[in-house]
Design a protein around this ligand. Structure first.
Ligand SMILES: Nc1ncnc2c1ncn2[C@@H]1O[C@H](COP(=O)(O)OP(=O)(O)OP(=O)(O)O)[C@@H](O)[C@H]1O
Ligand SMILES: [Mg+2]
Length: 136
């Protein structure tokens, strides 16, 4: 785990957007230098390729919830990677185990505590090998 900390306005969110590719795809401005992901230039990677490796969890987990229960919420990540059904199930089970939230599988997402929403969000955007951010 790596914590990137710094004073307000020093560029933490901007760095995260360079790593998840939103810069330069979704933000206008002048980009100089290169950000590399496992040696490949992020600005040139296809989004589906990046999505295998990088996930972003926003500070306010409410803004990213898409499903009505936790199992389906976590499944949304691997579903979007186009994985086979069995693999999606395996990844959801692994994510819940890793985060100690197996007991939340059937819970409605709108009924979760703030921390439980964040854990569900981490489960959705990361597997054992992903890089993921919690952005503030
Ligand atoms: N490398 C950079 N080059 C040019 N402008 C930058 C760079 N990094 C950040 N900025 C600009 O500085 C401002 C603050 O950046 P950013 O939002 O990334 O800061 P932050 O560290 O996330 O701040 P906060 O802690 O307040 O969330 C933004 O206007 C951003 O566009
Ligand atoms: Mg910020």
């Amino acid at each position: 785990m790596l914590l990137i900390a710094g004073s307000s306005g020093c560029g933490k969110t901007t760095l995260a957007r360079c790593i998840n590719g939103l810069i330069p795809r979704s933000y206008r401005g002048e980009l100089t230098g290169k950000a590399l992901l496992y040696g490949k230039e992020i600005a040139k990677l296809q989004i589906p390729e990046m999505a295998q490796t990088v996930g972003t969890l926003l500070q306010d987990p409410e803004r990213q919830i898409v499903a009505s229960n936790v199992f389906n919420e976590i499944a949304f990540g691997p579903e979007n990677l186009g994985l086979p059904r069995d693999e999606i199930y395996t990844r959801v089970e692994q994510a819940m185990k890793r985060l100690n939230i197996e007991y939340l599988a059937e819970r409605e997402t709108f009924n979760l505590s703030g921390g439980e929403k964040q854990k569900s969000g981490i489960g959705r955007c990361a597997d054992d090998e992903s890089i993921y951010f919690v952005v503030r």
